[in-house]
Design a protein around this ligand. Structure first.
Ligand SMILES: [Zn+2]
Length: 276
């Protein structure tokens, strides 16, 4: 893990470093050159933003990247804008977008992990590892990451999609749920699918993963095949679930999500004829 450069300031390092300034989970981007880009330190430092205690979050093109938070209500400087991650997807370059996700996730953790969960005393950031330590009992708290599975279940030429009660009208997606203590991710897949739609699945295979910093999820995608049972929804968390063919797809999530990548992969396989 990278050193976190304890308490680094915007003005305190080389001018060409990338700085990810985060307000309300939105990242400051510079619009003056045409497309949005994340600004460099020498551009941001003179602007007098109320940002301190940054984190070094990585390196892009050999250049260090730092994340800073600014208070709610901070206005974007002229020619710049605070932009949410959803709107940034496909607009920022992929490595820039990935670092923006890392910035938001890091600062979410920094904001929400301030006191020891064992004794309640104040935490202090460590300089050499990405963690905080309790001033009282010495307990070390690493950034919290909550793993959740997300699963595309196929049955012949159909895909299982469900409508969560909280979704927009007619929006359907693949099923997802958080891992619980003591479970393998495959256990989580079997439990969540069983709980939410009452079926059993087989041939569970890893697909890919996506950090989702709202506030700290790591979505781990799987594909699986229907094994037995008929759909029986709980009617609470899930309001509808059905097997959809490529031809009768409902409204599905936008491209930013791994849910969409799973659905697109199903559509691609059907088009290739190897999903049958
Ligand atoms: Zn403690």
């Amino acid at each position: 893990m990278l050193p976190t450069d304890q308490g680094t300031q915007i003005t305190g390092h080389a001018g060409n470093n990338y700085v990810y300034i985060v307000r309300d989970q939105k990242v400051l981007v510079d619009l003056k050159g045409g497309g949005p880009v994340v600004p460099r330190a020498d551009e941001v430092a003179p602007l007098g933003l109320d940002a301190s205690d940054g984190y070094r979050i990585g390196t892009r093109d050999g250049t260090a990247c730092y994340a800073f938070s600014v208070p709610a209500g901070t206005e974007a400087p002229e020619g710049m804008s605070f932009t949410g991650l959803r709107r940034s997807f496909g607009v920022l370059k992929p490595d820039d977008y990935a670092m923006a996700v890392r910035a938001v996730g890091t600062l979410n953790w920094d904001r929400t992990c301030r006191f020891c969960s064992a004794c309640g005393a104040k935490l202090t950031r460590l300089a050499d590892i990405f963690a905080k330590q309790c001033d009282g009992c010495g307990f070390t708290m690493f950034p919290k990451i909550s793993p959740a599975v997300i699963v595309a279940v196929e049955r012949g030429s159909t895909l299982l999609l469900a409508r969560a009660s909280r979704f927009a009208e007619n929006l359907y997606s693949v099923l997802a749920g958080f891992a619980e203590p003591g479970e393998s991710l495959e256990d989580t897949v079997r439990r969540e699918i069983g709980e939410e739609v009452g079926i059993e699945v087989k041939n569970i295979r890893y697909f890919g993963s996506q950090p989702w910093p709202y506030p700290d999820s790591l979505m781990i995608g799987f594909t699986a095949e229907w094994a037995s049972g008929e759909i029986a929804i709980d009617g609470d968390e899930i309001s509808d679930a059905r097997w959809f063919t490529v031809e009768d797809m409902p409204l599905i999530p936008d491209k930013v999500s791994i849910a969409r990548a799973l659905i697109d992969e199903f559509i691609r396989k059907q088009a290739m004829g190897d999903g049958l």
